[in-house]
Design a protein around this ligand. Structure first.
Ligand SMILES: Nc1ncnc2c1ncn2[C@@H]1O[C@H](COP(=O)(O)OP(=O)(O)O)[C@@H](O)[C@H]1O
Ligand SMILES: [Mg+2]
Length: 416
């Protein structure tokens, strides 16, 4: 089959490799990266608008599409590809609002009694300011409504910080139109975890659990990043907790989408805070996580294209996913200075020496047969092992073989 993979990160490289392991597809990456080029044909797209992507995918006559990033989903790329007869993994624009608008997501959770932090939403800066001045309890959380590439959430410690964030988001438009609305929410205490499921509009099938590391430095210090590593399974989510998450959160969401006439077909990702009162939703994403995908897909034994087909045909009720029982660890190598400022265009060497791990490229580019850095998170190395400890040891041994100027990775991924 001719399959399109939309996106250019480590997540998309992992999707490409999962499809390539089936050894029977022609895979096209739009636009892909230096790593996808080995197993797929990279198709350059000018910009990332859904118009451009639609045209490019149709030009390649793809029959199936897996959409990695949120932006094209929110813009309705899945609807438009489905209209053209493609088998698509990814929700339409209606259901993708769960990620595209944090205020819409909050209202959706309210309508369907899904546990989440208390909140108030504001269209106008003055009203938000008045609310802050009327007295909040701190810390509090301020979120820009729209897509802000993971940067639109601020945890504020006092009224001065709250006012400054509102000014940045709503007046200075730090995140553009994403800041036309904000919501101010209650700070939840607890441990964070994510829970991902495949969903066909009626039924869902959980993926194996995973844990990610968002902070740049060891011991969860420093700035938030796109993710510095992951491992799977997560010891935080036992069978009992999984049942609670499925019944009080995932099932209600899936039924809610269906009831509202916007059935969710794709990957639903619940970002959760495990609080003393039970799991509560921090946010929903409408796609695979990055770098969660880099430990989940290497454990998926069922051919990914068959899962996508089953989602499309609404067959998840009777479908079974088969997983490799071995734990997986993924370590992300970044360019030093990430997530603030960093250099690009550095040659990457040692990739061919990695034998027991899988290298997933993210910010890389292939030029004249050589790989160069082109982003902050450059690549990840995933290893499987008979135990978490073994997977971790292998992943670190393998990533040490890779070098580029300024390479940086956390040393504590997979340590509990
Ligand atoms: N209500 C909350 N209480 C405590 N921490 C929160 C809350 N909401 C968000 N956070 C923190 O902020 C991070 C980003 O928020 P999230 O809603 O996931 O938005 P995004 O991923 O779009 O930036 C979360 O991973 C979590 O660490
Ligand atoms: Mg998040």
């Amino acid at each position: 089959m001719r399959i399109a993979v939309i996106g250019s990160g480590g997540r998309e490289h992992a999707i490409v490799e999962a499809l390539a392991s089936e050894k029977k597809h022609e895979i096209y990456a739009f636009p892909g990266n230096g790593g996808t080029a080995a197993s797929a044909v990279n198709i350059s797209v000018h910009g990332d608008s859904s118009d451009e992507l639609l045209e490019a995918v149709l030009t390649q006559q793809c029959e199936m599409a897996i959409i990695g990033p949120e932006k094209p989903l929110v813009e309705g790329l899945a609807d438009r590809l489905r209209e053209k007869g493609l088998t698509v993994l990814g929700p339409g624009a209606g259901a993708a609002r769960i990620e595209g608008s944090k205020v819409w997501a909050k209202k959706f959770m309210e309508r369907h009694h899904i546990p989440t932090a208390g909140y108030k939403a504001f269209h106008a800066f003055e009203e938000a300011l008045e609310y802050v001045r009327s007295g909040l309890s701190y810390p509090a959380v301020i979120k820009a409504d729209g897509l802000a590439a993971g940067k639109g959430v601020v945890i504020v410690e006092n009224a001065r910080e709250a006012e400054q964030s509102l000014l940045d988001i709503m007046v200075e438009k730090q995140f553009g139109a994403a800041g036309d609305m904000v919501e101010i929410e209650e700070f939840l205490k607890g441990t964070e975890t994510s829970y991902l499921v495949f969903c066909d509009g009626d039924n869902f099938l959980p993926m194996v659990t995973s844990k990610d590391y968002k902070k740049v430095y060891d011991g969860d210090r420093g700035l938030n990043t796109g993710g510095m590593g992951t491992f799977s399974p997560s010891p935080l989510v036992d069978e009992m907790l999984e049942n609670i998450v499925q019944e009080t959160i995932v099932r209600k969401a899936v039924e809610g989408f269906k009831e509202e006439g916007i059935p969710f077909t794709g990957v639903l990702y619940a970002g959760l805070m495990l609080t003393e009162e039970g799991p509560k939703v921090l946010e929903f994403n409408c796609r695979f996580g990055d770098p969660e995908t880099q430990v989940i897909l290497p454990r998926l034994k069922t051919p990914l294209s068959e899962v996508v087909q089953a989602v499309h045909e609404k067959k998840l009720k009777t479908f079974r996913l088969e997983w490799d029982p071995r734990p997986a660890v993924c370590i992300i190598a970044a360019s030093s200075g990430y997530p603030v400022s960093y250099q690009k265009g550095k040659p990457v060497t040692g990739l061919d020496r990695v034998k027991q791990g899988i290298v997933y490229h993210a910010g890389t580019q292939k030029k004249e047969g050589k790989i160069y850095t082109s982003g902050g998170r450059v690549l990840g190395v995933t290893a499987l092992g008979d135990s978490l400890e073994e997977a971790r040891t292998t992943a670190y041994r393998e990533i040490e073989k890779v070098t580029f100027e300024g390479i940086y990775y956390r040393k504590d991924i997979g340590l509990l």
